[in-house]
Design a binder for this molecule. Structure first.
Ligand code: MF3
Ligand code: CO
Length: 248
C-alpha cells in the first residue's frame, strides 16, 4: 500500500527531516581525523534527543546505533565503533530522525581531509545522480524515470550502481512504498503522485556493482573492495514537483 501524505502531514515531515539535516551538518563539523565513528554516533544521538526527536535507526530490525557510518569500501549500514577516521577516508553518514509521528532520512558522502581525485570524483558524481533524480521527481514522470536518472549519471561516468539496496517511501514508517531502485527504465513503474514522500539514495561503486554483508550482519561492502559513495534526501511531491525535506 502506498500512503500519500496531506500538506499538513508533509508539514510534520519537514520537522523530523530538518532535524536529520541539522544533525548531519553538525557531524560534518566534527569530522576531523582522529575522531571515532562511535563518537560521531554519540554526538548525533544526543543532538537528536535534545531537539525532541528519536533516532529512527536505533532498534530498527535490531540495528544497534543511531547513525550509520560507512568508510571507503563500505557502502552503507556501517555500525559506529571505536575506529578512528583518518585523512583520505571517504565517510558516508546516514541519519534518521523520528518526530511528530514521522521519519526523516538523509545521508551524505564526506571527504575526511584530502581524499584522492578518484574518491572526489565518485563523491561528486553520486551527488549529481541524487540531484538529477530529484529533478526527475515530478508528477509528469514515473518512478522508473527517477531510477533511470541515477543509473545514467553513474554509468556515464564509468561507475556501477548497487542493486541490492534501494530508496524507499517514508512516513510513519521508515520504509514504505514505493521502492526506488538505482537502476531501471525511463517511462516504467508507478506514476509519481501529489503527496508522495520518498527517499532517493544512490549507492554508486567505483568498481564492480557486487556487494556483500560483513559478519556483523549489517555493514554492506563492495566485493572488490573498491570505494563506494552514497547520498540520500527525503523529498515530498508538492505542486507537481519535488521539495527536499531534508534541508537545514
Ligand atoms: N537510510 C537507510 C535506509 O533507509 C538507513 C537504514 S539503517 C537501519 O535503509 F539501521 F535503520 F536499517
Ligand atoms: Co533511507
Amino acid at each position: 500500500m502506498l500512503i500519500l501524505k496531506t500538506p499538513a502531514e508533509i508539514g510534520l515531515m519537514r520537522i523530523s527531516s530538518k532535524i536529520a539535516a541539522e544533525v548531519l551538518a553538525k557531524l560534518k563539523k566534527e569530522m576531523f581525523p582522529g575522531i571515532t565513528t562511535g563518537e560521531l554516533d554519540r554526538i548525533a544521538e544526543s543532538l537528536i534527543l535534545e531537539k525532541g526527536g528519536k533516532p529512527s535507526f536505533k532498534g530498527y530490525r535490531g540495528y544497534p546505533a543511531s547513525i550509520c557510518a560507512s568508510l571507503n569500501e563500505e557502502v552503507v549500514h556501517g555500525i559506529p565503533s571505536d575506529r578512528k577516521i583518518k585523512a583520505g577516508d571517504l565517510l558516508k553518514i546516514d541519519v534518521g530522525v523520528y518526530k511528530e509521528g514521522f521519519h526523516g532520512d538523509v545521508a551524505e558522502t564526506c571527504a575526511v581531509g584530502d581524499v584522492s581525485l578518484e574518491a572526489k570524483r565518485l563523491q561528486e558524481i553520486t551527488r549529481k545522480a541524487l540531484y538529477k533524480a530529484i529533478e526527475k521527481s515530478t508528477t509528469d514522470n514515473r518512478v522508473g524515470d527517477v531510477s533511470n536518472a541515477v543509473q545514467k549519471v553513474a554509468e556515464a561516468a564509468g561507475y556501477t550502481v548497487v542493486r541490492e539496496f534501494t530508496g524507499h517511501g517514508i512516513g510513519r514508517n521508515l520504509h514504505e512504498e514505493p521502492q526506488v531502485t538505482n537502476f531501471g527504465n525511463a517511462g516504467t513503474g508507478i506514476r509519481i503522485k501529489e503527496g508522495m514522500v520518498f527517499c532517493i539514495e544512490p549507492m554508486i561503486n567505483a568498481g564492480a556493482a557486487e556487494v556483500e554483508i560483513l559478519k556483523d550482519r549489517w555493514t554492506v561492502v563492495t566485493k572488490d573492495k573498491n570505494i563506494s559513495a552514497h547520498f540520500e534526501h527525503t523529498i515530498a511531491i508538492l505542486n507537481g514537483k519535488a521539495e527536499i525535506l531534508t534541508s537545514e
